[in-house]
Design a protein around this ligand. Sequence first.
Ligand code: UGA
Length: 436
Amino acid sequence: MRIAMIGSGYVGLVSGVCFADFGHDVICVDKAHDKIAALKEGRIPIYEPGLDELVQRNVRSGNLSFSTDIATSVGEADVVFIAVGTPSRRGDGHADLSYVYSAAREIASAVKGFTVVVTKSTVPVGTGDEVDRIIAEANPLADVAVVSNPEFLREGAAIDDFKRPDRIVVGLEDERAREVMAEVYRPLYLNKAPLVFTDRRTSELIKYAANAFLAMKITFINEVADLCESVGANVQEVANGIGLDKRIGAKFLHAGPGYGGSCFPKDTLALVKTAQDAGSPIRLIETTVEVNTQRKRAMARKVVAACGGSVRGKTIGMLGLTFKPMTDDMRDAPSIAIAQALVDLGAKIQAYDPEGMGHAKKILPPGIDFAEGPYEAAEGADAICIVTEWNQFRALDFKRLRDVMSAPVIVDLRNIYQGDELAKHGFSYSSIGRPK
Ligand code: UGA
């Protein structure tokens, strides 16, 4: 299959490279000349484990190339994926579809022969219909089938998620696209990944419903964690105890500082808006959004409590800034709200992250010091706060920490340590939803 991937951001690049690795002939297209120039030189604009190697291998084998020229790439393709960004629209929280629609217009004038046009970007219900309409209007002679094929990969585990998915969802209205999409994903369903065919609107909703459900599951366990703190129970054991029930499942039950990232916050908000507009509000998700937003800032209270009631004039070492480990992504990371709250309360912050410092320097509130490593962030600190569970923080040298810190206080927002272990090393320790 000849595949053109329009948009070489996170989803487009990972999907394009993986399709190339399956043996398809893939061209990844982007308007950003600097991005394409970098990719052509083998430089990868995002941090994703294993991606560089996969890009290099497929460029060498001739299955993968990069271009800024949409028209030629689309003209030669059997399947065109739209994988451009759908950020939250400023002001109303709806997904901004302008990039999707402008890609559709460009595709319309460039297609040659029967072409399957696939929306891989996360798009609200009805977007496929609109893409169909835009293409028909821009080029009445275009012979296209517009398909929805949402992506379920996680940052930091994207290649594995792509190659070993729980399922592949394909929503279509034109039966001719079924065979083409089956061929695109043939290498995967040989691996027994179920290929779920449905109609286009249902497929679009599956993506939002999946992310909203996961966000709700995390928010549920976060609120149970707060309850555990009030009644003296242990959230990790509650999660284990309920997660063993197969109907509930053990995954996404890690209590923490609230979910962040480029997907859950944006997608939950977009689903809330879609549902309200359709006169069918999903109140569980409205509440999830509200509880999660408040939670991030509220995490600063734990630091205040650990510091004896005030952080004014105190130094806090923040370990981990990205929204989760194995990514450099700072979008909607809990660290942003926590840092802002601590700064507002008069604390001085020394922050460190293994991969996210570049983005963090642009996003975190002004006045924050950035450290070279975890021990430098802890230098002279009255407390350290672990915000992201990077492996690098899982086996800290406690003696070294105690020597550099002003006071031996650890606030662990990811529950990566045990209180009794830290007590032995002379630390005062607080975590999420667990007795000390
Ligand atoms: C998420 C979904 O997991 C993917 O399936 C989906 O494809 C993707 O969004 C998307 O729509 O593109 P991602 O945002 O990369 O993936 O990250 P997750 O691993 O899901 O984590 C999201 C947030 O939830 C992080 O802040 C993480 O720390 C938090 N989280 C996750 C918890 O607090 N507890 C958990 O148990 C799990």
